[in-house]
Design a protein around this ligand. Structure first.
Ligand SMILES: NC(=O)c1ccc[n+]([C@@H]2O[C@H](COP(=O)([O-])OP(=O)(O)OC[C@H]3O[C@@H](n4cnc5c(N)ncnc54)[C@H](OP(=O)(O)O)[C@@H]3O)[C@@H](O)[C@H]2O)c1
Length: 247
């Protein structure tokens, strides 16, 4: 890969590395010669991933518990990082009246409060100008039917990343990644045909390519994300009519 040499010898902490895009990112960074710290809840999956890597340390974290992240940050003190990438998230598609309050609480804790905790606790580990990469989503561009908890949490992550970009610069290089549909266990929960679906490996490739560039938001595939951006600029009279077609 043309971008690969940019990551050789760099140290990246991936939170959400046990599956999906996070796992594919770990594999791509390993191919590029990066040192890795691999976090998520599933320690066995992380160990299995680490076995195939040249230089990887497993550090289980439950992002739903701030104390768990605090312990991990303590464990990494003295390990200067080039980047922290957070892909961890929960997804629970349903109509708002069917949302289980406990699952909604867990989703907001991981997807949103987890990002706040990462924003507060991890910059001290980064080298000057190091990258803090948050995964938002095109689902955060506009509220979509049956996506209430997830869409709202991702809209908030997109917004949080914008504020962090300004507040933490130039010490921290904050990036926002907004994928369209990527085939993972997360989207396996969808019962509809997903347009412009890509593989986790393709998502990882596009993310890393974006991280070597200068753009704040890394979004892909463009044929889908540019269409979703339309929702934000149309008057509500039109965008809500469009959204209603997705019910
Ligand atoms: N797939 C898509 O189409 C798509 C589209 C737009 C945005 N995204 C975003 O991209 C990111 C990755 O999504 P994905 O599709 O790769 O999801 P995934 O396959 O479900 O992987 C999610 C990762 O998050 C980890 N995780 C979940 N809860 C956690 C917790 N409490 N503490 C620590 N780690 C936790 C999971 O590991 P454990 O279960 O081992 O903890 C797993 O490694 C997410 O932020 C998602 O919102 C995905």
């Amino acid at each position: 890969m043309s971008y690969a040499k940019a990551f050789a010898g760099k140290t990246y902490w991936i939170i959400g590395a046990s599956a999906g895009i996070g796992r594919a990112l770990a594999e791509a960074l390993d191919d590029a010669g990066a040192h890795l710290i691999l976090s998520a809840r599933d320690e066995a999956a992380l160990e299995d991933l680490a076995k195939g890597c040249q230089s990887a340390r497993v550090l289980p974290v439950d992002l739903g518990e701030r104390a768990s992240l605090e312990r991990a940050v303590e464990a990494l003190a003295g390990t200067p990082l080039d980047g922290v990438i957070n892909t961890a998230a929960l997804y629970d598609p349903s109509r708002v009246m069917d949302l289980d309050p406990q699952r909604l609480d867990a989703l907001i804790r991981v997807n949103l409060l987890g990002c706040f905790a990462i924003a507060q606790l991890t910059p001290s580990l980064l080298k000057p100008g190091g990258q803090l990469v948050l995964f938002g989503s095109v689902a955060g561009y506009f509220g979509l039917p049956k996506g209430q908890g997830y869409c709202a949490s991702k809209a908030a992550v997109n917004n949080l990343a914008e504020t962090l970009k300004v507040e933490l610069a130039p010490q921290v290089d904050v990036r926002l990644v907004c994928p369209g549909f990527v085939k993972t266990r997360l989207t396996d929960k969808n019962s509809f045909t997903m347009p412009a679906l890509i593989s986790p490996e393709e998502a990882a490739r596009r993310t890393l390519k974006g991280l070597t560039g200068k753009a704040f938001e890394i979004h892909y595939p463009k044929r889908f994300t540019l269409f979703m951006k339309l929702f934000r600029i149309l008057p509500y009279g039109l965008s809500l009519k469009l959204a209603a077609k997705l019910r």
